[in-house]
Write a protein that binds this ligand. Structure first.
Ligand SMILES: [Zn+2]
Ligand SMILES: [Zn+2]
Length: 357
């Protein structure tokens, strides 16, 4: 889920060489042995793309959708009809978010197979699935960002709803890490892992097929949500995101077909990465200028996002606040902004007196 940022909405027109997306609950073959599945999501970002790779013995499934009755029945039909009743041999989750890992536990239990994930993603998925929204660190982060207690209560309710989007995760898993290489259906897929959107998000590249499964790391029409997590209130995930995108750009050729988790498949990976980075850099410049006057994290949305952020839309407010904090923490890390505590306990950010012009 992402908050549309101010400058990018018309900046990039994605090519969709793979044709029309499959309907929700449907699938289409986009390369030999590679099927593009789509599931609906009962949230504003209303769909997710999943991938089924023929691995000979059955299917390697990449991402799973959230645990919701509609998604389970869509899976039942897909497994029976589109995937020919052949077994799932492993489930790879690109990262911890419930639209990606929500039904992973259900699938691996049903097929008695292994969940493959990055370590920090697996552990954090377990924490998300167990979250009550009452964790002091969670409440403190939003209090510091200027939220009122009743607003934090509403977001805590939302967090419990999101925790319910996970089927029980398995007690063990198979670890994947950056640089790993997998044989799937006789073809090599290499893993590129990196932080930013989540701690250790996995992307998969198959040079032979010219495919790049980008997950939420590179999306065609919206920017990835880069948010500060309550467990790391002083973290700088935006730096990790810049580093990971540079590594992807260096490792993956420009002419791959990109298979993103949301939106249509597209070409122009390097151009898209360049656009995303340039937009973030511009947003940082605008934000620093705005902070000539001290402001809270919830007072800079107008500078960062093109759409209004209604104060009573808690999912959107949560995303916008997390993204604002990530931008602000990055400016602190680069020495462009200082943070102080106001009399009300909320953090204020101020660019006056810092080193940069
Ligand atoms: Zn995600
Ligand atoms: Zn996603």
């Amino acid at each position: 889920m992402n908050v549309a940022q101010a400058s990018h909405l018309n900046a990039f027109l994605p090519v969709d060489p793979a044709g029309t997306p499959p309907p929700p609950g449907g699938s289409v073959e986009i390369a030999p042995g590679v099927r593009w599945l789509r599931m609906s999501l009962p949230v504003e970002l209303n769909h997710i793309n999943l991938w089924a790779l023929d691995d000979g013995a059955g299917w390697t499934i990449i991402d799973s959708g959230i645990d919701h009755p509609d998604a389970r029945s869509a899976w039942e039909r897909l497994l029976r009809d589109d995937l020919g009743g052949r077994p799932v041999t492993r489930v790879i989750a690109t990262h911890l978010h419930p639209d990606h890992a929500g039904l992973a536990g259900w699938l691996v239990e049903r097929f008695d197979c292994r969940l493959w994930m990055a370590r920090s993603e697996y552990l954090m998925a377990k924490a998300y699935a167990a979250s009550t929204g009452e964790e002091p660190a969670f409440r403190d982060l939003f209090f510091r960002a200027g939220w009122q207690p009743h607003e934090i209560d509403a977001l805590a309710t939302r967090r419990r709803t999101v925790a319910g989007f996970y089927s029980p995760l398995p007690g063990s898993y198979r670890r994947l890490r950056d640089g790993d290489s997998l044989q799937i259906g006789g073809r090599r897929w290499s893993i590129i892992a990196g932080g930013g959107h989540s701690p250790e998000h996995l992307c998969l590249h198959c040079p032979e097929l010219g495919l790049f499964i980008s997950g939420d790391k590179v999306l065609p029409t919206i920017s990835s949500n880069i948010s500060v997590d309550p467990t790391e209130p002083d973290g700088d995930p935006l730096s990790e995101w810049f580093v990971t995108l540079a590594r992807i750009r260096a490792a993956v050729p420009a002419d791959v077909l990109v298979l993103p988790s949301h939106g249509g498949c597209f070409t122009g990976l390097h151009r898209r990465i360049d656009t995303l980075v340039a937009e973030q850099r511009l947003a940082l410049i605008r934000l620093r200028a705005e902070l000539a006057v001290p402001k809270r994290a919830d007072e800079v949305f107008g500078t960062l996002f093109s759409r209004p952020i209604p104060r009573n839309n808690m999912p959107l407010m949560g995303l916008a606040t997390g993204e604002s904090l990530a931008m602000l923490n990055h400016l602190i890390a680069t020495g462009d902004v200082v943070r102080s505590e106001g009399a009300d306990g909320a953090w204020r950010y101020h660019s006056e007196g810092t080193a940069s012009p």
